[in-house]
Ligand binder design. Sequence first.
Ligand code: SF4
Ligand code: SF4
Length: 206
Amino acid sequence: MRYPKLRELREAITALIKGPYTSKFPYEPHEPAKRFRGKPVYSNEGCIACTACALVCPTRAIEFRDVVTKGKAMRKMILHLDECHYCGQCSALCTTRDDVPPGIKHTSEFDLAGFDRAIMVSTTDEKELAVCEICGDIITSKAHLNWIATKLGPLAFSNPTLFIASLKGLGFSEDVFQTAKDYVSRSDRIKIVCAKCRRKTTIEQF
Ligand code: SF4
Ligand code: SF4
């Protein structure tokens, strides 16, 4: 019992000399610590809409909204700040975390209380999706395919989906938006197709 009392006394004397640890916020501006995890924000340039952050978010604060209309499929990432508990999983495991800028990062903003939940969001612009040219299922975003192809370099040429996607990204190939084909043929191998249809074109049919 004696030691804790001495320790408390030492802390009280230190606090008297050095001043309190707490800041005087909101009466004075507060400067958060260097690695403080404040409001997470998306970078429209850095985010490739791969949805990895939504999958690892423990509170399901991140929503991805896919809208498929005739001729176009788009995805938007939406982070609901009122459901976020600032754990940092999304930024730590973001696919583009080592890029400049990364897809998502924490800022030092912390004074986020408000009355309108609708404005407590961080979003990206809509990103175009790649859909399977055979069955019409969503594969991932085009930016994600391009990112993988760039990372793989020449190795991307072993996967038709990746190299066609990168050619389209460079403007060398026309966009195709074709859905629900009843059959597959050998020529379907050189198309942007989902894993299920790739299997059909390469293993099951030949
Ligand atoms: S900081 Fe944690 S809770 Fe908040 S959005 Fe990221 S993963 Fe989800
Ligand atoms: S790039 Fe990062 S921020 Fe964007 S969807 Fe993927 S994991 Fe989330």
